[in-house]
Design a protein. Structure first.
Length: 131
C-alpha cells in the first residue's frame, strides 16, 4: 500500500502464497480485499493493514467485489454471497475474470473472455440474504 500523494510505502500485505490477481476496497473504505491463485481471498483492515479474514476457495481467485453497506454481499468464485454468513445467493453462469458492482449494491456485472453477465438483486437485504 502506498500513499497516493507522497508515493511513500505504507505497508506490505503479506499472507498470500501465490500470485494476487485482484484487489478491491469495500464501499465504506474500511476493508481491502485481495484474491489470489493460492485459492484464498484475504480481507484486510484498511487502517491497520492486518488480515481480518481468510476465505478458503474453490479454485484460484481472479475477481472479487463487495457491495454497498446496506447490501453487504461479496462476489467470489462466480457467486454472490452474503458477507456476514458466507451463504451464496446468486451465481454467474461462468468463471469470471472481472466482477464489479454498482454503488447501490443491487446490480453486479461479471465478464470472462467475450462473455458478459449481469445480475440484479431484488428485494430488501434481509429477504435477499435470508437473514
Amino acid at each position: 500500500m502506498w500513499d497516493a500523494d507522497s508515493g511513500e510505502e505504507l505497508a506490505r500485505l503479506r499472507g498470500h502464497e501465490d500470485l494476487v490477481w485482484t484487489v478491491t476496497v469495500s464501499p465504506d473504505g474500511r476493508r481491502i480485499v485481495s484474491g489470489s491463485s493460492d485459492d484464498t481471498v484475504r480481507v484486510w483492515h484498511a487502517e491497520t493493514f492486518e488480515c481480518v479474514e481468510v476465505v478458503e476457495g474453490r479454485g484460484y481467485v481472479q475477481a472479487v467485489a463487495s457491495g454497498a453497506e446496506r447490501y453487504p454481499f461479496r462476489a467470489l468464485y462466480g457467486a454472490i454471497a452474503d458477507a456476514a454468513i458466507g451463504r451464496e445467493i446468486a451465481w454467474f453462469p461462468v468463471s469470471l475474470s472481472v466482477v464489479v458492482t454498482h454503488p447501490s449494491g443491487r446490480i453486479w456485472a461479471g465478464a470472462s473472455s467475450s462473455y458478459l453477465a449481469i445480475i440484479k438483486l431484488e428485494g430488501e437485504p434481509e429477504a435477499v440474504g435470508g437473514a
